[in-house]
Design a protein around this ligand. Structure first.
Ligand code: SAM
Length: 241
């Protein structure tokens, strides 16, 4: 439909995650699941020593490749669970809106892969969807996950903020920074801020033109509004000691 920024905290939380990651020209950066490459372009503008993306969708990978220049910028078709990259070959790893959609075992494997790729002192950034408060009863969490998965047609399994922290520390990371912003994915203000006026208009136009899409987008927004109090966008930056 023309919506390009699909992460829960929008560009704002991406910006905060990147600020905390503090990518420098000496950094070797790995991005998991770059999607349409919105963050990839922000990272590339910081001129890291190298940039390697791992994306499992052919069309998305082709789009990311169109932004790359020179031999030190690559996008491989592959799975973040097993990237095939060398141990301790990166100083920064990050991935947005990609852990929430995985099951518990895959989440654990992807975080372990980030740890394996990083040199000691390396930073790992994530930007995902969280349940709040931490003690939100399990059955409410499961209801929301089920409703979301049905609604967006992909598995959605957010974790309570405490569980995200435990996922990272369980893999050996030390948490350095944490930021939360409300979940406003399909609200007009966020839409304009994330996509810009012109693209936001194009998105609205595309959706209005297609009754089926319109029904889906409105039902997604209804769902996010209904669970607003219990869902939050969160980013963490953690360090491999
Ligand atoms: C919701 S999008 C997030 C894209 C981007 N990070 C963003 O925030 O806009 C999900 C993307 O993650 C990719 N993806 C999901 N799981 C992956 C995995 N295990 N390894 C590599 N790519 C994955 C999908 O192909 C898709 O392009």
């Amino acid at each position: 439909m023309g919506k390009r920024v699909l992460r829960p905290g929008g560009r704002e939380l991406t910006r905060r995650m990147l600020e905390q990651l503090d990518i420098q020209p000496r950094d070797a950066v790995v991005e998991f699941a770059p999607g349409l490459g919105v963050t990839a372009r922000m990272t590339l503008s910081r001129n890291p020593a190298s940039y390697t993306a791992i994306e499992r969708d052919e069309a998305a990978a082709a789009q990311v490749r169109s932004y790359l220049t020179g031999p030190n910028q690559r996008c491989h078709l592959g799975n973040a669970e097993r990237t095939g990259l060398d141990d301790q070959s990166a100083t920064v790893v990050y991935g947005e809106a990609m852990l929430t959609m995985q099951g518990a075992e895959q989440k654990r494997k992807i975080v372990a892969e980030a740890f394996r790729l990083l040199k000691p002192g390396g930073r790992y950034g994530i930007h995902e969807l969280g349940f709040t408060p931490d003690d939100l009863p399990r059955d409410i969490q499961e209801d929301i996950s089920r409703e979301m998965s049905r609604n967006i047609h992909v598995g959605a399994r957010p974790l309570a903020l405490r569980e995200w922290r435990e996922l990272l520390t369980g893999a050996g990371f030390q948490i350095q920074a944490e930021a939360v912003v409300p979940m406003h994915l399909l609200e007009p203000r966020r839409l304009i801020r994330d996509e810009g006026w012109l693209s936001a208009l194009r998105f609205v136009f595309n959706v209005l033109r297609r009754p089926q899409a319109r029904k889906r987008v409105l039902s997604m927004r209804r769902m996010f509004r209904k669970h607003y109090r219990h869902l939050t966008a969160v980013s963490f930056v953690a360090v491999r000691p």
